[in-house]
Write a protein of this length. Structure first.
Length: 167
């Protein structure tokens, strides 16, 4: 068989590329778990978790969901920033009862192989910025119901998952 005949029989990237993709995904998941453990107290070894924290001054919300379904509602009175991580699970954070401190706030969301929902009040406009997507990002909250709208800057990393933002 000539080299030309061997090249013609190749049909795709092969097993090597699949193994490389799996290794990269495993490194990303391991890094995410390490970050979530650093920021949240996780009891025991790697296990399904669903942690939620609000800062004492009511300006920050943090949520981590790993391999489970987790839904939380927050009614904090001076929201400035938030973080949400979903790894191989489903999570929802409902901020419809929250009040923003000032005119602007920010929310960072990471979804790895799962699905996440973010609900915001009707008078918040969600602007996506610096989003990396190898999945789906659906922002239905890009317009507000009133003229005195608050702006929430959403930075998202979605790998093999989906993020829905609604009012």
């Amino acid at each position: 068989m000539t080299a030309m005949e061997m090249d013609e029989k190749r049909t795709g990237p092969g097993v090597g590329a699949a193994i490389l993709a799996f290794v990269i995904f495993a490194v990303i998941v391991a890094g995410s778990v390490m970050l979530s453990r650093r920021n949240f107290e996780v009891k025991g070894d790697f296990a399904p978790t669903g942690d939620f924290k609000e800062s004492a001054d009511g300006s920050k919300v943090e949520m981590v969901t790993v391999m489970r379904a987790h839904r939380r509602k927050s009614e904090i009175r001076s929201f400035r920033e938030g973080e949400m991580v979903t790894i191989a699970g489903n999570s929802m954070i409902d901020l419809t009862g929250a009040q923003m401190a000032g005119e602007k706030g920010s929310l960072e969301v990471v979804v790895l192989g799962g699905r996440a929902w973010v609900r915001v009040p009707e008078d918040w406009v969600v602007e996506t910025k610096d989003s990396v997507t190898a999945g789906a990002l659906n922002n239905r909250a890009s317009q507000a119901s009133s003229e005195s709208a608050r702006k929430l800057k959403l930075e998202a990393v979605i790998l093999g998952g989906r993020l829905d933002v609604t009012h």
